[in-house]
Design a protein around this ligand. Structure first.
Ligand SMILES: [Zn+2]
Length: 567
């Protein structure tokens, strides 16, 4: 019987009681049915949650100190010791274990282990060799959510509030002034024909920077994000937003000149901090334009530019007027640009226009095209002309690392990944799932959905303990192997410490040697019997990874029950 074993980075809590009670009930039930039922327990020492907690304590994070003192009731003198992650792990391991013993879980404590036991590390290594042999490990360049402070990929277990980082791609449409580009982030490049102005945050600090071979104007916050996506960026100078306001830039498709307006809603750390405004088809832009017109302009000249700026209609959608953004603003009764209904209005219009919209006559060669098709064609044209790029962003930003740093998208080069996109693997996984009993049956669809959804090498995250000597927790495996497999190892979380333990400890997991052969060569057990546990361990061994989330299975919603997919 296995259940996701706990991270000892906090005292026992009700989630532990829930998770392990389910496992315990199951174990007891099977014993009563006459099965030999082993229920071991492990503690998850590796991974970032523990490390991040110790780090915050070391850095004197007042919130953590208050939690440890007032909620956990841990004396200051003890807290001092917990600044070391291993000591913290041992401390909370004892606490959690005590709770498990007091509750009366039928755990075989002789089988207790942690994820930094050398034997465990060897078992993980064995796993990766097996995956590698089966062609399920690939090397490549992929985007990951990243904490720039920890210099490490982040997954759901590494973020405050257990938020799963969601990476998406947006387009950077490049407007131009005197040979300098103003890239604006958008999901709807086809609306470039309807742009009336750009927005910048009037309080923001911008930079003129050499990005690869071009000069760009972007917010100061954008620089780091571009660098993490393999752009060469050299900042030439800082520019305060007022210097940009009311100047004009040229539209890359229509060729007309557009002014730059102040928009306090523009987030400097989202996109590039420069936004293209499509008031005819984007409710936020429509409302922001109305709000700005209602305000006193900075100068008479600015006032005149502002008053002559009006929404442009470029997409026809049945059931809407020329200005669908205005229709929806009225439908939702939006009051100003801070109105929460704007999000709803935006979602509704984007979806409607994408599926049913047709480009109007004022969109040149795209006239008459369905919006979805026009988007593709415009991206192609702009790509050809060097007027568009892509930017990877966290769609659910801000995603905050447990260390308190805002995460961004980082492109990891030449890294090892588990190839969850492998079609044979998917087929096999589905076949295995079909043979499994799932309780409750209704969530089988979620497992199937997740198997289909898993892409190639989706999540290589782990914490790299070896990069911080003396502070992290790591196995004793060779440095090179460690670097390779730690990238992946947090995806293999659960194992069963089976009946072979004593023997394995003596033998270790010899390179390429099978458990069965180790067993039969070291004992008088016939090889047919000896390989049975191995085969059985292959079958029960969970080889899938921790971000498959089925919150109905586990209280925190962090980790999945696992699937039998390897062999
Ligand atoms: Zn961090």
């Amino acid at each position: 019987m296995t259940a996701a074993y706990p991270y000892p980075n906090s005292p026992q809590h009700i989630g532990h009681a829930r998770t392990y009670t389910i496992a315990d009930v199951n174990a007891r039930y099977h014993r009563m049915k006459g099965y030999n039922t082993l229920f071991p327990m492990g503690f998850h020492y590796t991974g970032s949650p523990l490390f991040a907690m110790a780090k915050r304590l070391r850095e004197g994070d007042p919130e953590i100190i208050e939690t440890f003192t007032k909620i956990y009731g841990i004396p200051k003198s003890t807290q001092e010791k917990l600044k070391d992650p291993k000591s913290m792990a041992s401390y909370f391991r004892d606490d959690i274990k005590k709770g498990m013993v007091e509750i009366g879980f039928s755990i075989d404590w002789r089988r207790e282990f942690t994820t930094i036991d050398p034997l465990y590390s060897r078992y993980i290594e064995w796993h990766f060799r097996t995956l590698n042999r089966k062609g399920l490990i690939t090397r490549g360049t992929h985007p990951v959510a990243w904490c720039p402070n920890d210099k490490s990929p982040v997954g759901v277990v590494d973020t405050q509030g257990d938020v799963e980082p969601d990476i998406g791609e947006s387009f950077l449409v490049k407007f131009e002034r005197d040979g300098v580009f103003y890239p604006t982030s958008t999901l709807r490049p086809e609306t470039v024909f309807g742009v009336t102005n750009l927005w910048v945050n009037p309080e923001g600090t911008y930079v003129r920077a050499k990005v690869d071979e071009e000069s760009w104007i972007v917010s100061r916050e954008t620089v780091e994000r571009l660098q993490h996506q393999n752009h060469k960026v050299a900042v030439e100078r800082e520019i305060q937003a007022p210097e940009l306001l009311w100047k004009t830039v040229r539209n890359p498709v229509a060729g007309n000149e557009l002014p730059i307006f102040p928009g306090s809603f523009v987030e400097p750390d989202n996109g590039t901090g420069v936004v293209m405004s499509v008031p005819g088809h984007a409710p936020y832009d429509y409302q922001a334009l109305i709000d700005l017109k209602a305000r006193n302009a900075d100068s008479a000249e600015a006032g005149a530019i502002l008053q002559s700026t009006n929404p442009i209609s470029i997409i026809r959608v049945e059931g809407f007027s020329d200005l669908p953004a205005k229709d929806l603003i009225e439908k939702f009764g939006v009051k100003d640009q801070n109105d929460p209904h704007l999000e709803q209005a935006t979602q509704e219009l984007y979806s409607k226009e994408f599926h049913d919209g047709v480009m109007k006559e004022n969109t040149g060669g795209y006239s008459g095209m369905p919006v979805a098709k026009a988007r593709e064609a415009i991206v192609q044209e702009l790509t050809r002309r060097g007027k568009i790029e892509t930017l990877l962003e966290l769609k659910n930003a801000p995603v905050v690392c447990r260390c308190g740093t805002k995460c961004l998208v980082h492109i990891l080069e030449n890294q090892w990944f588990i190839n969850y996109g492998d079609s044979e693997w998917k087929k096999l996984a589905h076949k295995c799932l079909d043979q499994m009993v799932i309780l409750p049956e209704e969530i089988r669809a979620e497992f199937n959905y997740t198997l289909d959804w898993l892409r190639e090498s989706i999540w290589p995250t782990t914490y790299y303990p070896s990069t911080s000597p003396g502070t992290g927790l790591s196995s004793r495996s060779s440095k090179r192997t460690r670097r390779n497999y730690l990238t992946l190892s947090s995806t293999l979380l659960y194992w069963e410490k089976g009946p072979l333990t004593g023997l394995q400890r003596r033998q270790g997991f010899r390179r390429e040697s099978s458990l069965g052969s180790v067993l039969s060569s070291s004992t008088s057990i016939p090889s047919t019997c000896a390989t049975r546990p191995e085969n059985s361990s292959r079958t029960i061994y969970p080889s899938t990874y921790s971000t498959i989330r089925f919150s109905s299975l586990r209280g925190s919603g962090r980790k999945a029950s696992w699937l039998t997919v390897l062999s």
